[in-house]
Design a protein around this ligand. Structure first.
Ligand code: SME
Length: 147
């Protein structure tokens, strides 16, 4: 997955194209997912970006849900059981576990990678490590140009 991710980012680093193909790559490469994609920081809140899965919440206010918590804490949040996470936003009722990883630009959180699974405890420490490596690669290569 990392090798393919690198290929995607190197062929076209523009964030819309890269995030679109990366969300598709994650969905295809990892079993048991129901949603994989990105929320972007825009006007001080998170707005949905490229993703794979059912239509999702469009805006997430600061600090809200797992995505908001990952931004506020500026760290990866792994939720083994979303029903135990206070304030979890249920965009897709199939979701049982979730991982959210902040993506930085110029030292600030610019977006998050959000992945949901219909299986509890889906995300192992190894999954977290690989996905964080993919995000580090994005931070290194992505272009945030408008168009
Ligand atoms: N469950 C997320 C909201 C986004 S959807 O999962 C796509 C949260 O609580 O942040």
């Amino acid at each position: 997955m990392l090798e393919q991710g690198k290929g995607i980012l190197e062929e076209e680093p523009w964030y819309v194209s890269a995030m679109s193909n990366l969300s598709s790559l994650i969905m295809a490469a990892l079993p048991d997912l129901n949603w994989a994609g990105f929320y972007l920081m825009r006007k001080d809140r998170l707005t949905v970006g490229p993703f794979q899965g059912k239509p999702a919440c469009i805006h997430i206010a600061p600090g809200k849900g797992v995505c908001g918590a990952a931004v506020a804490r500026d760290e990866t949040v792994v939720v083994p059981d979303v029903h135990q996470f206070p304030g979890h936003i249920a965009c897709d009722s199939a979701s049982e576990s979730e991982i959210v990883i902040p993506i930085h630009a110029n030292g600030q959180v610019a977006a998050v990678l959000d992945i949901d699974s219909p299986v509890k405890n889906r995300f192992s420490p190894e999954d977290r490590e690989k996905l964080e490596a993919l995000v580090r690669l994005m931070e290194e290569k992505i272009s945030w140009a408008e168009r």
